[in-house]
Write a protein that binds this ligand. Structure first.
Ligand code: HEM
Length: 430
């Protein structure tokens, strides 16, 4: 379960009562029902995953209060090296070994999400200013422009009257936005959708190639910006590195760009995809949004809660000492995964949690759901993601008020893995 974007294949080991099958096709069809049963069973559940030939055990944390505890408690770390005595099972190393990647090429497994303490603070600070609410608000006209252009082009992509909203809207919008911010030129952008598809695929052998190709692209852009700086994030990072290599090494820069672009589009694309399906299958809620577009920020909070793109947190947490959580002791060195989707539908926190109600949450910056995580690794791009969702839903449904699904909701296909709730295609009629 060491996931975004290193999801390792999770295989069912069903010889214990509390273990459930993470690859059950039924889980893909009705994840909220199945994960939800688990939440009602216990706040902390033992599960197993198979990496190569090895079965690795880990805890699943299912309820709202306990998930928040897990994500904010400094007795847990995302970095297995922090565990005293080195007795933690290193999911990342196992994942690397499995896909045949050398340690020095593992930009994917040494991202912001994998480091803690002073290094985490130092690197996060270098980029956090780009993603503040103020900076994101300044960006809004540009996000609207990109959205308008994609919507203008949408009718021409129809085949027999059917448009794939994933291919032609949900992915290109956040890719364009994050690439523009970071400084990845237009001709290099299409690669990122290809790469994220490979990262989500069950064929793990594709991952090493993606990391190498992406790192090569980023390294080439770094050299270009070094020769000819612009006002983008890449140029800013290059300048920092040139002035003070202690603040940022070249490998750290590559990992940082990698995680920003991947985390910045894969998730947001799925918020747009899942949110569109949720609204189309709840016509009363959609009508409320259409008649009052001011509701969009609140609708985004609710869609994040109800059908957020990440079923689980992006990384397991390792216990640095014995920690009791939800009445279960997680032993030093053991790992625990927070189930964001079940926390977000916990009756102990939300009234009628399975009901979609786009006016449930106030429009503020912070939300009560944990779809963007919690604690020190709380999503760096939450403000940007919310804004993209807001613009995307508002413009999509005002431009195409008759938009409807071209297939039964039951026929929609999702990527076969338990972390991302990720549509493969979203066929609609405009
Ligand atoms: C972290 C969700 C959009 C960048 C996270 C985490 C979650 C999350 C749950 C924490 C994972 C954990 O603690 O294990 C989402 C969702 C998004 C989204 C659902 C869209 C709907 C974005 C965007 C960016 C971004 C647009 C672009 C900057 C990051 C980064 C981290 C992160 C860099 C790691 C932060 C750290 O470790 O300090 N995101 N995210 N995300 N997100 Fe997002």
């Amino acid at each position: 379960p060491d996931t975004t974007p290193t999801a390792i294949p999770v295989e069912a080991v069903t010889d214990e009562a509390t273990v459930f099958d993470l690859q059950d096709p039924e889980l893909l069809r009705t994840p909220h029902a199945i994960y939800g049963r688990l939440r009602e069973q216990a706040p902390v559940v033992w599960a197993k995953t198979r990496v190569g030939e090895t079965d690795l055990g880990f805890w699943l944390v299912t309820r709202y209060a306990e998930v928040k505890e897990l994500l904010a408690d400094s007795r847990f770390s995302n970095d297995p090296h922090d565990v005293p005595g080195g007795q933690a099972v290193d999911f990342r190393r196992k994942a690397r070994e499995e896909i045949g990647m050398r340690e020095e090429e593992s930009y994917l497994t040494r991202t912001l999400l994998d480091i803690e303490g002073a290094d985490h603070t130092r690197l996060r600070k270098l980029v956090s200013r780009t993603f503040t609410v103020r900076r994101v608000n300044e960006l809004r006209p540009r996000v609207e422009e990109i959205t308008d252009r994609l919507l203008d082009e949408l009718p021409a992509t129809a085949e027999n009257g059917v448009v794939d909203l994933i291919e032609h809207f949900a992915y290109p919008l956040p890719i364009a936005v994050i690439c523009e911010l970071v400084g990845i030129p237009e001709e290099d952008r299409t690669q990122w959708h290809v790469w994220s598809d490979k990262l989500l695929s069950t064929d793990r052998s594709l991952v090493a190639g993606v990391v190498r190709e992406a790192a090569a692209q980023i390294r080439r852009l770094i050299e270009l910006r070094r020769a000819q700086p612009t006002s983008d994030l890449l140029s800013g990072l290059v300048r920092i590195q040139d002035e003070d290599g202690d603040r940022l090494t070249e490998d750290e820069m590559i990992s940082l760009i990698f995680v920003l672009v991947i985390a910045g589009h894969l998730t947001t694309a799925n918020l747009i995809g899942n949110g569109t399906v949720a609204l189309l299958t709840h016509p009363d809620e959609l009508d409320r949004l259409k008649s009052d577009p001011e509701l969009a920020p609140r609708a985004v909070h609710e869609l994040m809660r109800w059908c957020g793109p990440l079923m689980t947190a992006a990384r397991v947490r390792y216990a640095l000492e014995d920690v009791e959580i939800g009445g279960t002791t997680i032993r030093q060195g053991e790992s625990a995964m927070g189930l964001l989707a079940t926390a977000n539908r916990d009756l102990r926190e939300f009234d009628a949690p399975d009901r979609l109600d786009i006016t449930r949450e106030p429009a503020g910056r912070r939300e009560s759901h944990v779809g963007f995580g919690h604690g020190p690794h709380y999503c760096l791009g939450a403000a940007l993601a919310r804004q993209e969702g807001d613009v995307a839903f508002t413009k999509l449904f005002s431009r195409f008020p008759d938009l409807r699904l071209a297939v039964d909701p039951e026929e929609l296909e999702y990527q076969p893995q338990p972390t991302f709730r990720s549509l493969i295609r979203l066929p609609v009629r405009l």
